[in-house]
Ligand binder design. Structure first.
Ligand SMILES: Cc1cc2nc3c(=O)[nH]c(=O)nc-3n(C[C@H](O)[C@H](O)[C@H](O)COP(=O)(O)OP(=O)(O)OC[C@H]3O[C@@H](n4cnc5c(N)ncnc54)[C@H](O)[C@@H]3O)c2cc1C
Length: 414
């Protein structure tokens, strides 16, 4: 602890980072552990309506929520507010550019329900921050940077800027993919630079999207196109289009018409002509996986624990399942009158959740590597894979189970 540091609060759980993951975790803890007091600390503003597209989590992107994630948001009582920013995915079309293979999935593959929902991050952020502002046992420390963490046998101490300090029995570090605190604690990561960037933007097309999401694999990287505009009649979609990093400067220079033309070449004319594109945002793509996720009084969450390629739309969905599993372990510990920061409690969490993390990461990785290869055996295998997905009900069921977040037993806490 530094000289003259002023303690401004003691809590059961302190969360660094009020991005999508930290914010949802705080709300889950509030709901499931009624005796707990929770602090959430973010370097940016946590005031509802203060969000701008430049912020790390609640930016101009959209997120595909799996049906199991949607259920969690519903159980938190936030779905009716989120509906204003949500578009159902009625079907998914997966294809290989320039080749025959393709597979389609629709509601029939998911017991008549949508295959997921696309939510706009800015709207999602406002709904979450409004809920945090209403949460009586959550204290938000806005515009406060955690400069370092220190640990004693009983507490984690969060040293904030302006010589203030917050204490908690457990520190959750959810400060993003390039987590400064993870690095300060000497936790190393397995890293893979895909040598790719993603450009994210909203586009408008001649034809309505009909609620269909497209996942198209090309030699340069995958292109995902997700429906927006709240219903199937909308002509607005969001794209996540990946390309080699060496093309970044060139792609940034494309004017609107050139961008639309290149996108059209890559995607084809299933939605007619693309007519407009909004501001484009660029993201470097890496896989970063922490080699340690728990220690006594500390757990890593969200992008700080694992940052995945966005192609399979799994990063937030997996982090939400992690959060549910952590809350389940903390509730069990609380029922047994155990301290939530004890290593065995946190070890129980990670032991239970690692299988889900491993399967999800392996699938995301396989998706990317498999679809990048253009040698004849790989192309043939892919085409056979598509045929299998089109015609084999067991293969379809497994694929949808994993995509919809039902691949592993669910934590039962809500
Ligand atoms: C292009 C793209 C598309 C994606 N699409 C999908 C999708 O469709 N479906 C899906 O499931 N996932 C998707 N993801 C993944 C998803 O966006 C992430 O899982 C999610 O953003 C993780 O958020 P987070 O809260 O862990 O981290 P972040 O969003 O990075 O938030 C970290 C927070 O910590 C704060 N912070 C950082 N350091 C400090 C500090 N020292 N003190 C205080 N505060 C601090 C920051 O201000 C920030 O608010 C996508 C990702 C990308 C890049």
């Amino acid at each position: 602890m530094r000289d003259q540091e002023k303690t401004i609060g003691s809590f059961d759980i302190g969360i660094v980072g009020g991005g999508m993951v930290g914010a949802v975790l705080a709300l889950l803890l509030e709901k499931v552990l009624p005796a707990f007091h929770i602090a959430i600390i973010d370097a940016e503003s946590l005031e509802p309506k203060s969000l701008a597209p430049s912020l790390p989590s609640f930016d101009a992107r959209s997120t595909a929520l799996s049906p199991s994630s949607v259920r969690v948001i519903q159980q938190l009582g936030l779905w009716s507010q989120l509906l204003d920013y949500a578009t159902p995915i009625e079907s998914i079309h997966v294809s290989d550019r320039g080749r025959l293979g393709m597979a389609t999935f629709d509601r029939d593959d998911n017991s008549g329900e949508p295959l997921g929902f696309v939510v706009e991050n800015l709207g999602f952020g406002n709904v979450l921050l409004e809920a945090l502002a209403r949460a009586k046992r959550v204290t938000c420390f806005s515009k406060s940077t955690v400069e370092s963490l220190a640990f004693s046998s009983r507490t984690a101490q969060f040293c904030l800027d302006n010589a203030r300090r917050v204490d908690a029995r457990l520190a959750v570090i959810a400060d993003g993919a390039h987590s400064r605190l993870r690095n300060q604690l000497g936790i190393s990561c397995a890293r893979h630079d895909y040598q790719q960037h993603a450009v994210v933007a909203n586009i408008f097309s001649e034809k309505a999207h009909g609620g269909r999401a497209y996942e198209r694999f090309t030699q340069d990287g995958p292109l995902a196109l997700l429906p927006l505009g709240r219903n199937a009649n909308s002509h607005q979609s969001t794209i996540v289009w990946t390309f080699p990093t060496e093309q970044l400067e060139q792609v940034k220079l494309w004017q609107e018409q050139e961008f639309l033309h290149k996108l059209q070449q890559c995607f084809g004319f299933r939605l007619g002509r693309f007519t407009r594109v909004t501001a484009r945002h660029f993201y470097p793509l890496e896989r970063i996986v922490a080699r340690e996720q728990v220690r006594s009084r500390m757990v890593l969450m969200g992008n700080a624990a694992h940052f995945l390629h966005p192609v399979a739309g799994q990063g937030f969905n997996l982090a939400l399942r992690d959060a549910l599993r952590l809350v389940e372990s903390l509730r069990e510990a609380n029922d047994a009158q155990q301290d939530p920061g004890l290593l065995p409690v946190l070890q129980r969490y990670i032991d239970a959740q690692l299988p889900d993390q491993h399967v999800t990461m392996a699938l995301s990785q396989a998706f990317i590597q498999f679809f990048r290869r253009i040698d004849r055996p790989s192309v043939l295998l892919r085409t056979l894979g598509f045929i299998g997905l089109e015609t084999n009900s067991l293969a379809r069921e497994q694929f949808i189970r994993q995509l919809s977040g039902r691949g592993q037993p669910e934590a039962r806490i809500l």
